[in-house]
Write a protein that binds this ligand. Sequence first.
Ligand code: SAJ
Length: 415
Amino acid sequence: MVILGQGYVGLPVSMRAVQVGFDVVGFDVAKEKVDRLRGGQTYIDDITDAEVAEALATGRFTPTADPDDLAGFDIAVISVPTPLRDGAPDLSYIESATATVAPHVRPGCCVILESTTYPGTTEEIVVPKLESVSGLRAGPDFHVGFSPERINPGDKVYRLENTPKIVSGVDEASLNAVAEFFGALVEKVVPVSGTREAELAKLLENTFRHVNIALVNELAVYCHDLGIDVWSVIDAAASKPFGFMKFTPGPGVGGHCLPIDPSYLSWQVRRTLGRNFRFVDIANDVNDHMPDYVADRTTAHLNGKRKSVNGSNILLIGLAYKPNSGDARESPAIAVANRLADLGARLRAVDPLIPADHVPAGITLVAGTEADVAAADLVVVLTDHDDIDWPLLEAHAEKVLDTRNRLRSPAVDRL
Ligand code: SAJ
């Protein structure tokens, strides 16, 4: 089998497929990724060097950047990025991967798209390309399906094999082929009626999160002005054992899923129906403005001490997009930092997980010692990694704006 895209989604699929006995060609256009894999080295947090080396040692894992190595495949999985470009879906990676695999489509093979995308992509973009290049028909001659990824980077509980996997196909035989393949890799497959339903199910999963995070973010803004502790409100509501799911306010929504996936849905509704998907538009607006709100709260806090942001030393706690991750993609913490830098703040930051080269210019990474805290006119908690020295902050930080409700000392000003 072949997997196009050896990123945080494709590489775990490769490793698991080798583990259960498949002969796997791991294709990626990034030669440096292929070289690292060939050297038994990983580049994603959830796969170790040992796992890569183990896969190579079976003789059934072939990392490659050469499309000719795709020849003769039985099953091809496409797991490539689907970013936004100017607010619209950018399917260039899917189109490129499809064009790469199409010449190798043969009777009886199966092509499965895993990348998160809008309903209709599989049957309107992928299938026509595969058919036009191969001269074969999807369905009667070869199988095509969609199976959304649910890889959760850093999750120690849910891995590929124990997360239910939605599977779908352009026809019954394709559905069965996709279900059979992923059924060999994961404990539970969830067949759905069509590829559009599967594509939309994935978007619903993350839009659900995005909308509910926006709900508590907006609630936090109003609670502050009403003098109500939003954190106690949410904890109290979360005591309801049914019909409620806890989400918490923060400086905004980052990562490679939530800021992007819901906009694939609203773009599709606007393009196809000429309608606005209001929940997504509102959630984007609320969540995108949280960094502004945090900058405003920072300004107000300093102002209360007769200080301006301009020239103040601000110590930021956490720059990554979410706790216990070193990923800075779309990080709201960095959005807050940029706003404060624009106001003339002198920024230092504590983040033991973020790679130094991902820290924007103008922000000095520090260890977060007592001296670092004492030197700050204000400490702003943005991403609450577990291995931050919280007791030290608890003991020494008098001037804190905590956007994650991590600190309990009375001096702390919370979102
Ligand atoms: N966030 C909040 N409040 C919350 C939850 C999250 O402000 O209550 C923020 C985070 O700080 C982060 C952003 O939202 O900036 C996204 O957080 P996330 O927990 O949704 O993490 P992601 O982006 O890694 O989302 C992934 C998704 N997984 C897949 O798409 C396969 C999502 O479906 C998972 O539910 C989520 O991980 C998870 O549960 O960790």
